[in-house]
Design a protein around this ligand. Structure first.
Ligand SMILES: [Ca+2]
Length: 324
């Protein structure tokens, strides 16, 4: 036999040979090593990991010495300020509703008070390059205030093609944090990713009968710069989810591969078995997590129902689990 028991004694395998050009043997027959896998030079400062296999290389080598894949040297650099103000209500109110007031202003001297229902900002916005929409909020309600956050982009046609995001505002002052990498539809029925570069409408709604008004100020886009400082070479953080799901920044996506029946190549035969998982096991060198609560002097409302976009990372395939 081919020693398949060593893979998983609880799984029944079927083996088919690719052709008759090779003889079946009772022992593995290994060829000689063509040449040692060795780096062409010294690894030093500035070494990068191959996105494909994870080996460390110097960028000047061009291709990974271990697997031959091109080393990425043209990763898009994120430019611009880490915080971009959307509005502080100092000169105008782009939401076209609510009342501009002085109470609970956290930036400048004016804030927006929403007494009931909703306010909407109908204007083209580009959120790309930013991880969160944040706003300083306050309510005198004694109970958490329900907040509905709606976002539309240029491809929005109806309810299921816009973001319908529900969260809460706790009593008192807090910071609302919503990831920009949202899916249209609902959490339980997500559609496509929101087109961050083509936002057309943003809505804050507290319903027709809120316990107290909501004050909003300093609505802004924020790029998370914290997680990058927490990462180190050798740290692998895996984010399990559907293959098309976005991945937390700093994590590598891991998903159940479809279809359930897949093929593993072993020698000259093919072995069929059940589920396998593929993971993008790159080093955790991505941008920071979009989900982590942000430290700050104010209490924090962290919205966690949406998942950010899958970053382009390495593409290892690993059998992490076989459940059926
Ligand atoms: Ca203000």
């Amino acid at each position: 036999m081919l020693g398949l028991q060593a893979i998983d004694p609880h799984v029944t395998y079927s083996v088919e040979f690719m052709d008759n050009a090779f003889k079946e043997t009772f022992e593995p027959v290994l060829g000689g090593e063509e040449k040692p896998i060795a780096p062409p030079g010294e690894l030093g400062e500035g070494a990068v990991r191959c996105d494909e296999c994870g080996y460390r290389n110097m960028p000047a080598w061009g291709r990974c010495y271990a697997c031959g894949s091109p080393l990425e040297t043209n990763k898009a650099e994120i430019v611009g300020e880490p915080i971009r103000l959307i509005t502080s209500f100092e000169k105008k109110n782009p939401f076209g509703g609510g009342t501009v007031v002085a109470e609970h202003a956290t930036d400048g001297s004016k804030a927006l008070r929403i007494d009931e229902s909703y306010v909407s900002m109908d204007a083209a916005q580009d959120w790309s390059g930013y991880d969160y929409v944040k706003a300083d909020v306050h309510t005198d309600a004694q109970n958490p205030l329900q907040l509905y956050f709606e976002v539309r982009d240029t491809a929005t046609r109806d309810y299921w093609t816009r973001v319908n995001y529900t969260t809460i505002v706790p009593p008192g002052s807090s910071t609302l944090i919503i990831p920009t990498a949202l899916y249209v539809g609902e959490k339980s029925r997500p559609g496509r990713p929101l087109i961050q570069s083509s936002i057309t409408r943003m809505v804050f709604s507290i319903g027709e009968d809120p316990e107290a008004p909501l004050f909003v100020d300093n609505v802004r886009l924020v790029r998370d710069t914290e997680t990058a400082g927490m990462l180190f070479d050798g740290l692998w953080a895996l984010d399990v989810g559907p293959g098309s799901a976005p991945v937390m920044e700093g994590f590598s996506g891991t998903s159940r591969r479809q279809p359930a029946k897949t093929t593993i190549n072993i020698g000259h035969g093919k072995v069929r078995r059940g589920t396998r998982w593929s993971t993008k096991c790159g080093p955790s060198t991505g941008r920071p997590s979009r989900h982590g609560p942000m430290a700050g002097s104010r209490s924090t409302t962290t919205a966690t129902t949406a998942r950010p976009s899958r970053s382009r990372n390495s593409r290892w395939t690993a059998n992490l689990q076989s459940s059926d």
